[in-house]
Design a protein around this ligand. Structure first.
Ligand code: SAM
Length: 284
């Protein structure tokens, strides 16, 4: 179960979509003075070096954050993408893009004193990286070397009754699809007003095709779904041709903000004629 390493994928098209949404969700929570919790059930290593190791082997960031970075000074860059770039700039100096912030880093950068970030990670190397990285950096960050699906139950509802739950498993194991559904169902029973952001892959797998519709049934009248496909499904069925984020209890502004950013992403990150986005919501 420990073969997945996010370093291969850091900054790819899926991270760009995921982290664009994540930044908007955090921005919204930050609009009120009242403290909140962020629970990240699958944290990864926190921050990734794009100039060495896994990232240079895979080259995936070239098809994602590097394309956005090249346009970062464009005046007409959509606001949500500017917001993501701002978070990436915090980790870098000058024009060179070296460090890509994973979700824990983005969350830690954006949270205020008084807010709380709880990270779950199971992989020994990734959790060690997180512990080292956050050792002195910031109060209010707690790192659990534990199963994030199981750990989440014990955190809900968070004491301030405001919070964002980010669920981002590798989906290497088929059971991750089932666990995502069960976890959302149980979590909504405990904390119905929380915001939930669930990432999923677009791959040639039945469970992946079914997941968005199954998620919609768990949260009728309170979801937003966005996906970004960058290419046709490969003939051999391998690889990630896109990804999606399913948000429960989204901010009401999120739809319009993403509607502005998605055409830009299709145009600039899309690889072939199959590049397309979906943006839909049921909010009552
Ligand atoms: N959320 C990160 C980000 O956006 O930068 C990326 C996370 S990566 C897609 C998924 C991570 O979940 C991997 O580092 C993997 O080791 C970890 N993982 C896998 N199963 C887990 C589980 N049951 N509980 C906690 N972490 C798990």
């Amino acid at each position: 179960m420990f073969s997945y390493r996010h370093g291969f994928h850091a900054g790819n098209h899926a991270d760009v979509l995921k982290h664009t949404v994540l930044v908007q969700l955090l921005e919204h929570l930050l609009q009120k003075d009242k403290a909140f919790w962020v629970i990240d059930t699958h944290a990864g290593g926190g921050v990734y070096d794009l100039l060495s190791g896994y990232a240079t082997k895979s080259g995936e960031a070239q098809g994602g954050i590097h394309k956005l970075w090249a346009h970062r000074k464009d005046r007409d860059l959509p606001a949500a993408l500017k917001d993501l770039i701002e978070q990436v700039e915090v980790c870098n100096t000058g024009d060179q893009l070296r460090w890509y912030p994973g979700s824990p880093q983005i969350e830690a950068q954006m949270l205020r004193p008084g807010d709380h970030l709880r990270l779950y990670e199971l992989h020994p190397t990734e959790s060690r990286a997180l512990l080292t990285h956050f050792a002195d950096v910031k109060r209010g960050v707690s790192i659990q070397i534990a199963d994030g699906f199981a750990g989440l139950k014990g955190c809900l509802p968070p004491p301030p009754k405001r919070g964002l739950v980010h669920i981002d498993p590798p989906y290497e194991l088929k059971e991750d699809y089932r666990r995502v559904l069960n976890t959302l169902k149980e979590s909504l029973a405990r904390f119905p007003t929380g915001t939930y952001a669930i990432w999923y892959p677009q791959v040639a797998r039945r469970e992946a095709d079914l997941l968005p519709e199954q998620l919609k049934k768990l949260a009728p009248g309170k979801w937003l779904h966005v996906s970004l496909r960058v290419r046709a499904t490969a003939r051999d069925g391998l690889g990630l041709h896109g990804s999606g984020m399913f948000v429960v209890n989204p901010p009401w502004t999120l739809y319009d903000t993403l509607a502005e950013a998605l055409p830009w992403l299709v145009e600039n990150i899309g690889i072939d004629d199959h590049a397309a986005y979906v943006l839909e919501a049921d909010i009552q």
